[in-house]
Design a protein around this ligand. Sequence first.
Ligand code: AMP
Length: 420
Amino acid sequence: MSFESLGLIPELLLAVSEKGYSTPSPIQQQAIPPVLEGRDIMGGAQTGTGKTAGFTLPLLQRLVQSDKKLNGKRPVRALILTPTRELAAQVAESVVIYGKHLPLKSTVIFGGVSINPQIKKLRDGIDILTATPGRLLDHVSQKTVDLSQVEILVLDEADRMLDMGFIRDIRKLLALLPKQKQTLLFSATFSDEIKRLSNDLLRSPVLVEVAQRNTASETVAQVVHPVDKSRKRELLSYLIGSNNWQQVLVFTRTKHGANRLVEQLITDGISAAAIHGNKSQGARTKALASFKSGDVRVLVATDIAARGIDINQLPHVVNYELPNVAEDYVHRIGRTGRAGNEGEAMSLVCVDELKLLKDIERLIKRDIPKVIFDDYKPDPSIKPEPIQNGRGQQQRANRPARNKADTSRNKSSRSGRRAA
Ligand code: AMP
């Protein structure tokens, strides 16, 4: 199967080959032809499957084949919504890369950075807009964006947008779009809420689905290291040092935990940076760049901040703390073993987390091998304690504030909600 046989125009084929891809991934094979035909899509795919090109390539082709101007200006004809700033930036970059031989204009808007340059870009006329919901609504309320001409809507990582409490924002945005449009919805999971949203939104969608590579996990070796909570950091430094790992992504449950761990690793002489929603956009971009370039060995991330970040061929992922939501484990280990490369996912599990571990093993339908290090044997006299400040609890705690923000349009709680 080649990209040519999917019906893409020469300008897109050139961009794809310049990017170095010769064979479309399964999601691209399934999604590109129906999107080109104008069909709605319900896509079961997560980051790492090539889904971005799967929707971007045919979207660009449809737009360029029906060029349109309104009062001499380009109206927004494609809107791509993503849950996080990082994902928005990455998708927008793909739009630029794949569209480089086409006369289409695109931009990206997200919070945490000045709104004025975004306003200027929008005023100049944009065909393709990639955005996070909160900042897009800010533009709507300032009347700096017009969504009435949107022909194609993409909801990327829709499940994560709902998890992050964006459903009301999304519904508000949907109300501003024309009824007649093509909608592509991508989601790694299909909860009842996602099904409701897709029932409301999609018309006779084509279902495209790729097996989540990391549920099968052939390319990811998984292991659990049982250890006492108070000795996790020591064990992590030991693992990094003794194995001489140069690039490790480490997950914590909370932003505070991420910051603390970074400080501790630096004390241990291991370069580390944190990425989470309390960091400014500049700090997040810088942390990611330093990690990618190899200046920083350890990137410590919370689930939401890490979601969608594309770091190729990441050899090691460590769950410093297990996630409260079992599906997040699957997303986390999906950061490693990409594109056929061997990856290793380690989880440091203390007695408090044994129930979370059971939930994960039930979800992935297998037991994860346990390896206890002699020097880090858990103390059997330690009793489990409830887990504090996990994502699930935070979400519940945030919910009333979110609703209030939605009615009062309170700026500070809006930005708080977007933090991850
Ligand atoms: P995505 O799931 O869209 O985040 O893509 C995951 C990674 O796969 C990205 O690094 C893409 O650049 C890469 N990729 C996308 N399509 C292909 C392809 N057909 N062949 C090889 N790599 C690809």
